[in-house]
Design a protein around this ligand. Structure first.
Ligand SMILES: O=P(O)(O)OC[C@H]1O[C@H](OP(=O)(O)OP(=O)(O)O)[C@H](O)[C@@H]1O
Ligand SMILES: Nc1ncnc2[nH]cnc12
Length: 197
């Protein structure tokens, strides 16, 4: 597990944590349940499929607890990135008593949006956020399932900041260090539960 950002104090007082918190061997669960799919969605890509983790009651609980742990007490809202980030963000927001902010692929949000384009391992895309969904100064934790090139969470962070809010951290289940996402995020605090080849 990565060290939290210097500005983030990990919680050590169990009473300060939400009732849903528990200790789980999260890396064992990921080793057991994460599927790797060769040449998906494009030749040469080794795709990490976390859907079996999310479908497992213990797995879902373990990753949600662990992904927010270093940031508890430091955020007002959790942002989830379409699509698998939604699952993590909604569960984590419920567990920590916060709300969930929706960051979607282009063309899905009905009101005025900010948009950010980005590149990822297998293409390019655009993310959007409603211009009025975030209060200026809000402290936002961004969650997604995988950090690869960092294009996706980087775009999400820029959207949060265009709303005048602050990104206090980025939480991901899996980090693929070979694709350089952490470096591309320019010092933003990143917490990953497992690094994989
Ligand atoms: O660090 P990056 O290189 O940006 O890659 C990571 C992103 O790629 C995957 O999403 P994908 O774009 O495949 O979309 P999906 O969740 O809609 O399937 C994954 O869920 C992350 O959001
Ligand atoms: N190898 C990978 N597995 C899962 N999601 C990804 N997003 C970008 N690269 C990915």
């Amino acid at each position: 597990m990565t060290e939290p950002h210097p500005g983030i104090t990990p919680q050590s007082d169990d009473e300060a944590r939400p009732a849903a918190f528990a200790e789980h061997p999260v890396e064992d669960i990921l080793d057991r349940l994460c599927a790797t799919v060769a040449d998906y969605p494009a030749p040469g890509v080794s795709f990490k499929d976390l859907t079996p983790v999310f479908a497992d009651a213990e797995g879902l609980r373990a990753v949600v607890d662990a992904i927010v742990e270093p940031f508890v007490g430091h955020f007002d809202l959790i942002a989830g990135i379409e699509a698998r980030g939604f699952l993590l963000a909604a569960a984590a927001a419920y567990a920590t008593g916060t709300g969930v902010l929706t960051i979607r692929k282009a063309g899905k949000l009905p009101r005025e949006t900010y948009a950010e384009e980005y590149a990822l391992e297998y293409g390019a895309a655009t993310l959007e956020i409603h211009t009025t969904d975030l209060a200026p100064g809000a402290r936002v934790l961004i969650l997604d399932d995988v950090l690869a090139t960092g294009g996706t969470v980087g775009a999400a962070a820029r959207l949060v900041e265009r709303c005048g809010a602050h990104v206090v951290g980025i939480g991901v289940v899996l980090e693929l260090p070979a694709l350089g996402g952490r470096a591309a995020l320019a010092g933003r605090p990143v917490h990953s539960l497992q690094r994989v080849d």
